[in-house]
Design a protein around this ligand. Structure first.
Ligand code: MN
Ligand code: MN
Length: 455
């Protein structure tokens, strides 16, 4: 055997796949950037996903509806969690191919009684959502997205800060001249959770000389709401920045919420772009991953079982057999090696930017605690599938041993007796208000999922 055959060497997508794939990756990223700008919250990402599915002939399914071979369906769970599936003609007991990614992202949510004024300024009180580094969210342009449910059953969509002419929002920080004591604090304590108050105004109304009353009057005029309507609202503060190319070579995309739309987009489009298959394929876009996958829209909910039960019932299968023969890719981002912070990475086993889709055998922390840990057999099978389409991929691990860690939805799917592995895109500055990915890694993830669905 030659040396090249004997040795495993990680190479970039540019080296391995060449110009045709790179060009295709750049074109694919244009559509991905549009998807990002349309969906900064799980509700918005779900709407954008439904629009893509309907354009490919998928129609809405409700629990209890009849399911037949050839159907292309989506199930909208509470406007936050989406199941998109194409029903094949082979016996359902052969199993289904499942992919799952989350469409929620770290952000700052308004509290239920948010509005107050102090020092001539109006503010919203907030409680952050997911694992943010609080110091990153001050002095940066912010937008407000979400919904307000009214007593009479109405639902008002709120989006302020996305149009060029919209106002923006802001979280204050200290000036360096007065920040000497703050600067001595550990990074995690420099800004506290209760300091993440969002600046929303500074001009009082004429009658009462009140900034907060002025804000309420503006909101009433625009949305017809009163202050008690905040009680039944879900309003999120997200970065106002749009998705943009990064680098002189335009090889990367910077955006808010790559984690995890950078995986949601490829798993969805890979399903929608796949030809009709004998097999049944399912794509799940989940909510609440960033807070532990709890609640009726998170991956710990039993809805996935309900749907598999319905598929088995209508197609003449046995749900336990369907699950036993199913396979899953849990699509979630990984941390790319960052040469600015080499101390937290073990370079041989850390994903490198530009080296393709990342397969992560195990996640967890402190001795793999809390991991799904995909089997060697399953990875062996996947290697075969990926090689059929010459997908460029790499093995990954999140940082050095005992340096931290993290989890994904993989364990909430594999517990149903479904072989599952983590697959995703390497990210720079994960969970920051603006994260960076490489276009070729996004595209190889799309190609990996397509191979999984089609072989
Ligand atoms: Mn995350
Ligand atoms: Mn994620």
């Amino acid at each position: 055997m030659t040396k090249a055959e004997l040795i495993y060497e990680k190479k970039t997508v540019y080296e391995k796949a060449g110009k045709a794939i790179t060009d295709a990756a750049f074109a694919y990223a244009e559509d991905y950037k549009r998807f990002l700008d349309q969906g900064k919250t799980e509700r918005e990402a779900l709407k954008a996903s439904i629009a893509l599915a309907e354009a490919k002939g998928y129609r809405e399914y409700r629990l209890g509806d009849k399911i037949s071979a050839g159907d292309k369906l989506y199930y909208n769970n509470r406007g936050k969690n989406l199941f998109v599936f194409s029903v094949g003609s082979e016996p359902i007991n052969q199993g289904i191919r499942i992919t799952a990614a989350h469409i929620d992202a770290p952000r700052i949510d308004l509290k239920q009684c948010p509005l107050y004024e102090d020092g001539g300024m109006g503010f919203f009180k907030t409680h952050y959502y997911g694992g943010i580094r609080k110091y990153q969210w001050v002095t940066t342009p912010l937008a407000l997205h979400g919904v307000i449910a009214t007593k009479d059953g109405g639902l008002i969509d709120v989006t302020i800060g996305e149009e060029e002419t919209d106002p923006l929002f802001y979280i204050n920080d200290l000036l360096p001249h007065l920040g000497q004591e703050q600067s001595k604090k550990p990074l995690s304590e420099g800004i506290s959770g209760e300091q993440l108050n969002v600046l929303v105004g500074s001009m009082p109304d004429e009658e009462e000389n009140s900034v907060s009353l002025h804000i309420l009057k503006i909101l009433n005029e625009k949305y017809g709401i009163t202050e008690d309507d905040f009680l039944s609202s879900e309003l999120c503060v997200v970065p106002a920045a749009k998705a943009r190319d990064v680098g002189l070579d335009r090889s990367m995309v910077g955006a808010y919420g790559h984690d995890d739309r950078v995986c949601a987009y490829p798993i969805l489009t890979a399903l929608l772009d796949s030809p009709d298959s004998l097999r049944t394929n399912l794509c799940i876009l989940a909510d609440k991953e960033e807070t532990g996958s709890d609640g009726p829209t998170g991956m710990q909910a039993d809805l996935i079982l309900d749907l598999i039960n319905e598929l088995a019932f209508h197609l003449g299968g046995n749900p336990a057999v369907v699950r036993a023969n199913s396979k899953c890719l849990s699509a979630d981002v990984s941390a790319a090696y960052d040469p600015n912070f080499p101390e937290v990475f073990e370079k041989r086993n850390t994903p490198l930017l530009g080296c393709g889709a990342v397969f992560t055998k195990f996640t967890g922390s402190r001795g793999k605690s809390g991991t799904n840990d995909a089997s060697a057999e399953y990875i062996g099978w996947l290697r075969g599938v990926l090689s059929l389409d010459e997908v460029v991929w790499q093995a990954g691990e999140l940082g050095k041993v005992d340096c931290g860690g993290g989890g994904t939805v993989a364990k909430y799917i594999s517990k149903h007796n479904i072989d599952t592995i983590d697959l995703g895109v390497p990210v720079i500055s994960m969970h920051a208000p603006w994260e960076v990915i490489a276009k070729v890694d996004l595209y190889e993830t799309y190609r990996a999922v397509k191979a999984f669905y089609n072989h």
